[in-house]
Design a protein around this ligand. Structure first.
Ligand code: FAD
Length: 467
């Protein structure tokens, strides 16, 4: 039969990509329907990702800072954790934001249709709602259906074996916890659980933690986190996981791996995320999906079907909320008839661990691999008054410049608030700033952000053809 609802733009998925596309399109005058299966808006990021993890990481950071105060002459009693209250706090943070989004949708007259959506043809999607199946007819569509945690086939179902969503539920604090996968998500959760009292082991397939990050930063991070870990196993494959009454028994393979099975009270599987492209019947709309589930798009965020756009985790790496939001704005603007395309030269990455690691643009390893001549400007925080005052003199800021043009091409920061500071480096890259531009920009003293200016000065101080 016909359609129950008609609209100019149907957005599938209400994560950072979906809600941003819906809101921008509505602001530009389109009649928008937003299809979402979760009870709340916000997707992975607000409900089970960026936001709840940061709510818990903030608590972990304060607990660790309080302990550190003992050395400075201010003693606090050992922390007593009420895990139910902490869980409620996290839920409250998430609730504030998702409620805010619902209000913003209403204010813009974006119609939210709650249920699982699946395409019928290039102009229709069926949504299985609580009140039965509803068919939405759309002139254009944005697919923002996101990604899901990768499941390892040999891992059994057990409440003590969790993915990031399960870990964020804070069911209990284990004594011994194994994190499979040493990337950002795994190490953020390791930071939370170790602050709460768990001993952490990490098994990572690659030869280093935090793949993608500058190795000099990771070294600093590892040194600062040495006491957090029972064991870090690199180049290690997890080969079997068995749930027994007395714990989860895990076997590994690799030079650094123990020969015998190890026992843990909780196992977090954080081995990556895979796109949801194969779960939405995209083929019925004619939208091409790769074997792995990604949808390939043009710089205007159009799929192979020109009136159907795709954005966010489902279109590829990096799977980050800020990337999804920017792609969303492009898709909505193009759908509304504006000239727009995605042309960010860089997308920053941040691990909100203790300390934070943030990087943007090229890393030194990538420059080396490309055979690219660079100038390096480094500023060790041991020379920063603010870092010393804050007990963060182990940190450092590194900037990379093209040797010929002296323009900045990458930056990396390790230390508290690194994530808040990397935005300036991203701006400098986007604006084509050179070492003099950054070095001669007056940064406030004493701040950690000052180290960005000082690192730039260190670079242009070392090159002869500049004043
Ligand atoms: P998603 O947020 O995945 O949203 C997709 C939405 O589509 C979901 O709500 C889903 O329910 C809905 N959906 C899917 N299929 C259907 C269907 N058929 N019908 C109806 N609805 C459907 N990124 C950062 O930038 N910073 C961070 O600090 C950060 N921390 C993270 C921490 C964790 C633990 C995790 C797991 C991720 C984190 N991320 C972080 C990544 C970030 O969450 C994602 O990049 C972001 O959510 C992607 O947005 P999206 O709009 O593409 O998709």
């Amino acid at each position: 039969g016909g359609a129950d609802i008609e609209c100019d733009l149907m957005v599938l998925g209400a994560g950072p990509g979906g809600y941003s596309a819906a809101f921008r399109a509505a602001d530009l005058g389109l009649k928008v329907v937003l299809v979402e299966k979760y009870a709340t808006l916000g997707g992975v990021c607000l409900n089970v990702g960026c936001i709840p993890s940061k709510a818990l990481l903030h608590v972990a950071a304060v607990m660790e800072e309080a302990q550190h105060m003992n050395e400075l002459g201010v003693a606090f009693a050992a922390p007593q954790v009420d895990i139910d209250k902490l869980r409620a706090h996290k839920a409250k943070v998430v609730g504030k934001l998702t409620t805010g989004l619902a209000g913003m949708a209403k204010a813009r007259k974006v119609q939210v249709v709650r249920g699982v959506g699946s395409f019928l043809d290039p102009q229709h999607i069926a949504v299985e709602t609580d009140e039965g199946r509803k068919v939405v007819k759309f002139a254009q569509a944005v697919i923002a259906a996101g990604s899901s945690a990768v499941k390892l086939p040999f891992i059994p179902e057990d409440p003590r074996i969790v993915d990031s969503t399960g870990a964020l539920e804070l069911r209990f604090v284990p004594k011994q916890m194994l994190v499979i996968g040493g990337g950002i998500i795994g190490l953020e959760m390791a930071t939370v659980y170790s602050a709460l009292g768990a001993r952490i082991s990490v098994a990572e397939m690659l030869d280093g933690l935090m793949p993608g990050a500058d190795r000099d930063l990771v070294k600093v991070w590892e040194k600062q986190n040495a006491q957090r870990f029972e064991r870090i196993m690199l180049k290690t494959k997890t080969v079997s996981v068995e749930a027994k009454d007395d714990g989860i028994w895990v076997k590994f393979e690799g030079e650094q791996a123990p020969a015998e099975a190890q026992r843990y009270d909780m196992v977090l599987v954080a081995t990556g995320r895979s796109p949801n492209g194969r779960k939405i019947a995209a083929d019925k709309a004619g939208v091409a999906v790769t074997e792995r589930g990604f949808i390939e798009v043009s710089p205007q965020m159009r799929s192979n079907v020109p009136h159907i756009f795709a954005i966010g985790d489902i279109v590829g790496q990096p799977m980050l909320a800020h990337k999804a939001v920017h792609e969303a704005h492009v898709a909505a603007e193009v759908a509304a008839g504006q000239r727009s395309h995605f042309d960010a030269s860089v997308i920053p990455s941040v691990a909100y661990t203790s300390p934070e690691i943030a990087w943007v643009g090229l890393t030194e390893e990538q420059c080396k691999a490309q055979g690219r001549a660079i100038e390096k400007g480094q500023f060790p925080w041991a020379a920063s008054g603010r870092a010393i005052a804050n007990g963060a003199d182990y940190g450092f800021t590194k900037l990379l410049f093209d040797a010929e043009s002296h323009r900045i091409i990458g930056g990396a920061i390790v230390g508290p608030n690194a994530g808040d500071m990397i935005g300036e480096v991203a701006l400098a890259i986007e604006m084509g700033a050179d070492a003099v531009d950054i070095g001669k920009t007056i940064h406030p003293h004493p701040t950690l952000g000052e180290t960005v200016g000082l690192a730039a000065e260190a670079a242009h101080g070392s090159c002869t053809d500049l004043p």
